[in-house]
Design a protein around this ligand. Structure first.
Ligand SMILES: [Zn+2]
Length: 290
């Protein structure tokens, strides 16, 4: 197992609900995904949705975010990417993601100089962070598959926010490495050769998959990369912002308790620590910082 290095770097992570995470080493400030608006279910299902700018402002304030170097978008579904362009605009950040995510940003009017469309396997450097956009799969069911081929203006149907291809985000830093998997699926072998001290993995829709699939997912995303800490993300009810304690996804959406039990059982077997991230609170992530 690769030993983490640079034990003194103050790397912290703040869970913002769904798959949104604020990551900083005190110098460089990164956001994975960007989702603060919580359009109600009926609007998502039958109406049109758009970024809720006051909710974005409140969310950024609550998380203590005023400036960002980059917003890194895992895929262009609304519960990941809806607010990323406005967050990038307010925080003077680069928005990096697939061509579909770039088209969301263009539709919102983010200047082209703040947009970076990346291809699977591409790596960007922000301060001491190296961020690699590794190819990834999307969980089933995928209710909005395909590409966003033109700038997408809002309001728009939730189904117009097509995934545009998924990335596993790999963060490498002198303090250690971690990965963020924002959708509960895997491409077998996609992480060959990748090492990470911690894995932050989506549980959304995993409660509906067979136990064998869940175990294979944990093994691919955390086991084979050598993670010693695994943090569930996207396990909370994304129809509302997380409170002090995140509410789990409602039972009609997913059986999150079953997915959490599987994760605990797998982790106990493998000697991996399961760490639940408190919403809105920066916490050290890497095993040596615990
Ligand atoms: Zn998705």
């Amino acid at each position: 197992m690769a030993a983490p290095t640079g034990l003194n770097a103050p790397l912290s992570i703040t869970f913002l609900g769904a798959a949104a995470l604020f990551i900083t080493d005190g110098q460089t400030r990164l956001l994975a995904d960007g989702f603060f608006s919580r359009p109600p279910l009926l609007q998502v299902a039958f109406g049109r949705i758009q970024p809720d700018v006051p909710a974005i402002r409140r969310g950024l304030e609550r998380a203590g975010i005023d400036r960002l170097d980059a917003v890194l978008v895992s895929h262009a579904h609304y519960d990941h990417a809806l607010d990323a362009p406005e967050v990038a605009r307010r925080c003077g950040a680069l928005l990096a993601g697939s061509e579909s995510s770039a088209n969301l940003a263009r539709g919102w009017g983010l200047p082209e100089r703040q947009i970076r469309a990346v291809l699977p396997g591409e790596r960007l450097v922000f301060g001491a962070f190296r961020v690699t956009f590794l190819p990834a799969a999307h969980a089933r069911p995928n209710l909005a598959a395909g590409e966003i081929r033109r700038p997408l203006a809002s309001p728009a149907r939730a189904s117009a926010y097509r995934d545009g291809g998924c990335f596993t985000l790999l963060f490498e830093h002198p303090a250690g490495a971690f990965l963020v998997q924002s959708s509960a699926a895997f491409l077998p072998g996609a992480l060959a050769g990748v090492r990470a001290d911690a894995s932050l993995i989506s549980l959304a829709a995993l409660g509906r998959r067979p136990e064998a699939y869940r175990r294979a997912y944990f093994e691919e995303l955390a086991g084979r990369v050598g993670a010693r800490v695994v943090c569930p993300i996207h396990h909370d009810d994304f129809l509302r912002p997380p409170g002090e304690e995140p509410a789990l996804m409602p039972r009609w959406m997913d059986d999150t308790p079953a997915a959490l039990r599987s994760l605990e059982a797998w982790a106990a077997l493998r000697g991996v620590e399961v760490r639940r991230l408190p919403p809105w609170k920066p916490v050290p992530l890497l095993p040596t910082q615990a």
